[in-house]
Write a protein that binds this ligand. Structure first.
Ligand code: ADP
Length: 266
């Protein structure tokens, strides 16, 4: 609570009274706290790969460069840390554009089943490498709708890449599209991977929130994938939910509303 006092004087008299204003600043305080945490998180997330890169470069400089095997391992770590930093900065830029509403939504008619087939194609190398099966199911009454294809591709890429990251070899991923009972398009990405503990579910869409930071980093994660997905879905007027059972798997479901006046466009 912020309290401000204003003295009241009547002409010719001394102090006549005081007005005290009590202002509830909980929301402002929370916002400020969230902003401070975000800046601290960004700094930490950038500092970690930079520290790693620095120490590997020093080791190379101290002689490791003369040993080809060691040198090539050190360089490859340096490169993958640099790539992760680029991903992080790119994700931050996307988020900041979405936050400031600078990133406009450019909608175009999109065939849903083609879009899902293409996501699977983009990950086909990783899927094959990890022997993960992907199954796509599109209900017959789902055809096409107006969306910002690039942005929804990013949502799908983030969700499918998570499904792959957090699922063991030979696992299975299901991508499905159907009409919800409110006549929205409902897309589900489901895996049978490691799952998420119940206690973490409420915070999972927060920026940088991760169940296991070390695991996420090792997998190349930035901790921003789900927050970006949520912002993009929100910008389309849809909603996103995540359901998970530890050790059983995770299901992320998002909706995209049909455009008004388009009737059967979906
Ligand atoms: P990250 O880059 O760490 O994957 P995300 O924002 O995409 O960041 O996800 C946040 C966290 O949610 C992840 O670190 C992981 O702990 C958890 N998570 C997301 N998707 C899944 C999934 N399909 N299975 C298990 N855990 C998941």
């Amino acid at each position: 609570v912020r309290i401000t006092f204003t003295p009241i004087h009547r002409r010719g008299e001394g102090l006549n009274g005081i007005i005290a204003v009590l202002q509830d600043v909980t929301d402002q305080e929370k916002l400020e706290q969230a902003r401070r945490e975000f800046v601290a998180n960004v700094s930490h997330e950038l500092r970690t790969p930079l520290t790693t890169i620095k120490s590997y470069l020093e080791a190379l400089d101290d002689g490791a460069i003369e040993e080809p095997q060691l040198a090539s391992r050190f360089i490859s770590v340096t490169r993958s840390e640099t790539e992760r930093m680029i991903r992080l900065v790119t994700d931050l830029l996307h988020l900041s554009r979405l936050d400031s509403k600078q990133s406009l939504i450019h909608k175009k008619m999109t065939q849903v089943s083609d879009m899902l087939d293409e996501v699977a194609d983009r990950f086909s190398f990783q899927l094959r490498q990890r022997k993960i099966r992907i199954h796509i199911q599109v209900d017959p009454d789902v055809t096409s709708l107006l969306i910002d294809r690039d942005k929804i591709d990013q949502v799908l890429d983030n969700l499918v890449s998570n499904a792959i990251k957090y699922t063991g070899d030979e696992g299975a991923i299901q991508l499905s599209a159907r009409r919800s009972n409110k006549n929205d398009l409902e897309i589900t990405v489901q895996d049978n991977g490691i799952g998420i503990p119940k206690k973490d579910l409420a915070r999972i869409f927060e920026r940088f929130y991760r169940v296991d930071k070390a695991r996420s980093r090792n997998m190349g994660g930035t901790g921003l994938g789900l927050s970006i997905a949520r912002e993009i879905v929100k910008a389309h007027g849809g909603t996103i939910h995540l359901d998970s059972e530890l050790g059983q798997g995770t299901k992320v479901m998002f909706t995209l509303p049909m455009q008004s006046g388009e009737g059967e466009a979906l």
